[in-house]
Write a protein that binds this ligand. Structure first.
Ligand code: F6P
Length: 319
């Protein structure tokens, strides 16, 4: 019987529980034993794991967060084979591991493969959707919908008061979430890390919007492009208008996953687990153009900034 570990790493993303459920049940269907590693890489380093019992993944498909919990543990990248993870792995006696997380987690997964000979398969889950090799990562769709819902609400009050709102969304160094939030809400201006901006030009754009008869201006800012506090200050000091700012922050990571994220997590994790059990490893499983695609855990390709630029251009053109 194979003993397969399941770990969630990095920032939590809605749909991680659906992924854990799919991994555990696929392991069971193949006659294996599923071991839940608690608290991500930190938990792995401490050997903090539990055998998943029947019922342990029941009722979690629709829940946000991750029942296994997660932890950022960047120290692992510089650990040698005698470090805490190496020692814990000897005790856990795993035959393989499913790692559900983002880029940082895949660097850890690659290290497990190369340094510890542990067969490992990655499942992309991050609200940033910045992982090359998949069209969507688990959690992005939920975060997008949460942000769109919040901006729609802000629009009502912005319009009532004739105000400018600067709204900061997550995404780390990648601007896709901001660009798509802007497109879906009809924001007047969008700031993403991929496109340099000039605050005077932004202010001219806002005035043009008011001149055209708009009674509000929404500025969506990707956190990688700047801080809403600074940008709203810069606008306030140039325009004689009422300006407010909102940082959506971790709200974008919580709540029930959308149906899209539940289905994505279920499909991709089932496939990833089947691959691992059939002997293929050292890969991440994504979905590209609705087809499964495997790519190396040690990817060299960078983020797809072109797709951000295309989304940004359309949001700007029609906003
Ligand atoms: O990577 C996911 C993410 O939510 C980013 O969008 C954000 O920059 C970061 O994590 C926040 O990290 P933390 O939860 O450690 O504050």
């Amino acid at each position: 019987m194979k003993r397969i570990g399941v770990l969630t790493g990095g920032g939590d993303a809605a749909g991680m529980n659906a992924a854990v459920r799919a991994a555990v049940r696929t392991i069971w269907h193949n006659g294996g034993e599923a071991l839940g590693i608690r608290r991500g890489w930190q938990g792995l380093a401490e050997g903090d794991a539990e055998v998943m019992e029947q019922g342990s993944v029941s009722g979690i498909l629709h829940q946000g967060g991750t029942i296994l919990r997660t932890f950022r543990y960047p120290e692992f990248v510089s650990e040698d084979s005698d470090g805490p993870v190496g020692k814990a792995l000897k005790k856990l006696k795993l035959d393989g591991l499913i790692v559900i997380g983002g880029d940082g987690s895949f660097r850890g997964a690659h290290k497990l493969e190369t340094m510890f000979d542990l067969p490992t398969v990655g499942v992309p889950a991050t609200i940033d959707n910045d992982i090359p090799g998949t069209d969507r990562s688990i959690g992005y769709d939920t975060a997008l919908n949460i942000a769109v819902d919040a901006v729609d609400k802000i629009k009502d009050t912005a319009s009532s008061h004739g105000r400018i709102f600067v709204i900061e969304v997550m995404g780390r160094d990648y601007g896709l979430l901001a660009a798509q939030v802007a497109m879906a809400t009809g924001a007047e201006e969008t700031l993403v890390p991929e496109i340099p901006y000039d605050i005077d030009e932004i202010c001219r754009g806002i005035e043009t919007a008011y001149d055209k008869g708009k009674y509000h201006a929404l500025i969506i800012v990707a956190e990688g492009a700047g801080r809403a506090s600074q940008i709203s200050f810069d606008i306030k000091s140039r325009l004689n208008r009422s300006v407010r700012m909102v940082v959506l922050g971790h709200i974008q990571r919580g709540g029930a996953p959308t149906a899209f994220d539940r289905i994505l997590a279920t499909r991709v994790t089932h496939h990833a687990t089947e691959l691992l059990l059939s002997g293929k490893h050292g890969v991440m499983v994504g979905i590209v153009a609705n087809k499964f695609k495997t790519s190396s855990l040690n990817k060299k390709g960078g983020m797809n900034h072109q797709v951000v630029k295309r989304n940004w251009e359309l949001a700007q053109l029609l906003g």
